[in-house]
Design a protein around this ligand. Structure first.
Ligand code: 5GP
Length: 186
């Protein structure tokens, strides 16, 4: 009897504004065995964001209850908001043979590596700090205070590149998606 091959877990980190969502969007066009895990967050939805698609938007009470119940594979506070990956859907999707992708920040990525050492981690950098700042400002979704906070966090995050299995520089999202695709195929 043939058994379905279990999927792998891929963790993508990189500064806010590095273009992770764009690269992941391009990658989705290249494969049909990819599943994107939907995180929970206490952050308010941005215009156009859909509950259950972009994130599950929850309050701090529910967030803390999920942590206490062990329902999150990893969790971290980023720029004053709580984020976390629900554990059950990730494990289920892997069982179903899907390649599961997590777009999470550095503290959460370290927790995943510790819990699941066979997972593959990829760090996505912007081409430069100047370009990162330009992208964050062009996005127009954050206050000045939040932009400065995200830039400070980015400087710290960029010091952690060496902890990742792979490092990609996003000067072209389509090329980056192809490189990520090659990593998944390894
Ligand atoms: P944003 O608020 O811009 O959507 O995301 C901010 C940061 O939180 C990004 O670096 C993103 O990768 C990270 N993030 C999104 N979901 C999760 C999650 O479930 N866990 C962790 N640790 N980080 C997350």
């Amino acid at each position: 009897m043939s058994e379905m091959k279990k999927g792998k877990l891929f963790v993508i980190s990189g500064p806010s504004g590095a273009g992770k969502s764009t690269v992941i969007g391009e990658l989705m066009k290249l494969r049909d065995d990819l599943a994107f895990s939907c995180s929970v967050t206490t952050r308010a939805p941005r215009p156009g964001e859909v509950d259950g698609e972009d994130y599950f938007f929850i309050d701090w009470e529910r967030y803390n209850a999920m942590i206490d119940a062990g329902e999150l594979l990893e969790h971290a506070v980023f720029a004053g908001n709580g984020y976390g990956t629900p554990r059950a859907p990730v494990l289920r999707l892997m069982e179903q043979g899907k390649q599961v992708l997590l777009d999470i920040e550095v503290q959460g990525a370290a927790q995943v590596k510790k819990a699941m050492s066979e997972s593959v981690s990829v760090f996505l950098s912007p081409p430069s700090m100047e370009e990162l700042e330009r992208r964050l400002r062009n996005r127009g979704t954050e206050t000045e205070e939040k932009i400065l906070q995200r830039l400070e966090t980015a400087k710290y995050e960029l010091t952690l590149v060496d902890r990742y299995d792979y490092h990609l520089i996003n000067d072209d999202p389509v090329r980056c998606a192809r490189e990520l695709n090659a990593i998944i195929n390894i």
